[in-house]
Write a protein that binds this ligand. Structure first.
Ligand SMILES: Cc1cc2nc3c(=O)[nH]c(=O)nc-3n(C[C@H](O)[C@H](O)[C@H](O)COP(=O)(O)OP(=O)(O)OC[C@H]3O[C@@H](n4cnc5c(N)ncnc54)[C@H](O)[C@@H]3O)c2cc1C
Length: 453
């Protein structure tokens, strides 16, 4: 490793190379639940490059020496994607943090290391907005892109894939390439842009992105829609969408987890009702109020209880904050978080199946999620550790039987590689492995992530 450290210093400078373990601790893990989190390798080098050219040189060196390279964003991933599991080089993107908003094209050109929080602020200051909101604002744009992140506000505008219009990528072999641009249409051959989106740092290192922004919604309103049962709440979701109402977000949460999350934040959650849909409505003020009335009526017709409306911005933000912090608040008790996604018509059925699995194993399985995307997060708890594998495989089986997938937004990372290889069609797996080999012939970029070759 000594020669590699020396050559890395030549590429990025002494200050940007860290080889002392104690100085890189926070770069060795991500937010994957502790019991299933992969262990980091013992001999890693951390580099903090500031240009795409430096990253290109690092990848050329890694290819020459056949050393693994681990791209690192905000470290908020939930499937171990950024964890360096073999001795190698961690490439942190944090110094690529430029941001330039182009109001005329409603787009921003953003360095891969810009955090979600910084992009939201820059868009807001330019009178625009960036609608996606995956829970942790410390995630970086590069990480959000390669994880094709979703989050609470995907219902109306879509997930990351719908917002990425151009990419600068350093390929594992060191070439710097550009895909797409400030374009709303692009049919120039196979979409390599879309291949990189969701590739989880295995096909290239994203260094810069062109991100679509939207005009700010003039008005938003948050409606809390209580129900007695999971079944009633989730079965109402397709009815709301069928009525032509497309909220900015339509989340499903349970009273107990909201209470714990609020307590974790030092706030209070004293709201009546066992379970809730949280609808965030956006648009012109009159239209938003009429949607709020219709959505409330639909819920009441489907055994919902009296809805509550939050009008003030601080009240609305407080509800979203409590919702966004559920994962963090309960983290110490989790074994794993599941990310199953089914067609929206089946979301109530999936919840029923999860109830049956909880009963069968006498387990507590909290459920919440992005209801109008059919994306159900459920948890195995540490107290049910010995039943974990059976609970997981039965939840996955239930989702697949309902026409779903085992992950809608968190990805495969390093902890679901075996499941992907078992559950995906063998031909699809062969094509995925072929693509990986084509991009990364020496398998140096984030090995053992998504597919094992
Ligand atoms: C509290 C909490 C709530 C969350 N809520 C949501 C949610 O609602 N929806 C959702 O989709 N996700 C959610 N997540 C997961 C997480 O925020 C996303 O997966 C996010 O996209 C990860 O970005 P990151 O910058 O932290 O990436 P990291 O964790 O650093 O890395 C993730 C993967 O991307 C690769 N990578 C990172 N940057 C680059 C780059 N520039 N080029 C190439 N590869 C790169 C890494 O190698 C790794 O494989 C949540 C996480 C937390 C902790």
């Amino acid at each position: 490793m000594e020669e590699i450290v020396r050559r890395l210093v030549d590429i990025v400078g002494k200050e940007a190379v860290i080889d002392k373990r104690e100085l890189m601790e926070s770069y060795l893990f991500d937010e994957t639940c502790l019991p299933v989190r992969p262990k980091p390798a013992s001999n890693c080098i951390l580099v903090r490059p500031s240009t795409s050219e430096q990253i290109s040189e690092i990848l050329k060196l890694a290819n020459e020496k056949k050393v693994p390279v681990y791209p690192r964003g905000g470290g908020t991933g939930l499937v171990g994607g950024a964890i360096p599991t073999r001795d190698g080089i961690i490439v942190s993107l944090e110094r690529l943090d430029s941001i330039e908003v182009d109001k005329e094209n409603l787009m921003a050109t953003v360095g891969a290391g810009v955090t979600l929080g910084k992009l939201l602020k820059a868009a807001d200051e330019a009178g625009l907005s960036f609608p996606p909101h995956p829970g942790d604002e410390g995630a970086q744009i590069g990480g959000l892109i390669v994880c094709n992140a979703g989050g609470a506000r995907a219902v109306k505008h879509g997930i990351m894939r719908n917002f990425v219009k151009g990419l600068e990528v350093v390929l594992p072999t060191g070439e710097i390439v550009n895909f797409g641009g400030k374009l709303l249409k692009d049919n120039m051959g196979y979409s390599l842009l879309n291949l990189i989106i969701g590739s989880e740092g295995t096909l290239g290192i994203v260094t810069k992105a062109v991100i679509k922004l939207t005009p700010k919604a003039p008005y938003t309103l948050t409606v809390l829609l209580p129900f007695n049962t999971r079944h009633d709440a989730l079965n109402t979701v397709p009815k709301i969408l069928y009525a032509g109402i497309t909220p900015l977000a339509l989340e499903y949460v349970e009273n107990e987890v909201m209470r714990i999350s609020a307590e974790h934040l030092g706030e209070k959650w004293n709201v009546e009702g066992n379970v809730f849909l949280i609808a965030i409505l956006s648009g012109e003020e009159n239209a938003v109020y009429s949607e709020a009335e219709r959505i409330s009526q639909i819920c009441i017709e489907n055994r919902g209880l009296e809805p509550m409306v939050a009008e003030r911005r601080d009240e609305q933000e407080a509800i979203l904050k409590i919702r966004s912090n559920i994962f963090t608040a309960l983290k110490k008790d989790y074994m794993d978080i599941f990310d199953t996604t089914v067609p929206i018509s089946a979301i109530g059925k999936l919840a029923d199946e999860i109830d049956k699995i909880a009963e069968k194993y006498n387990a507590y399985i909290p459920v919440y999620g992005h209801a109008a995307d059919g994306n159900v997060h459920s948890h195995a708890m540490k107290k049910d550790a010995e039943k974990y594998e059976r609970i997981k495989s039965e939840i996955y089986e239930a989702a697949l039987k309902l026409g779903g997938v085992i992950t809608g937004e968190h990805g495969i990372g390093k902890i679901r590689v075996k499941e992907l290889s078992k559950l995906v069609h063998p031909k699809s797996l062969e094509i995925m492995k072929g693509i990986k080999k084509l991009f990364d012939p020496n398998n140096i970029l984030n090995p053992s992530t998504v597919v094992e070759i």
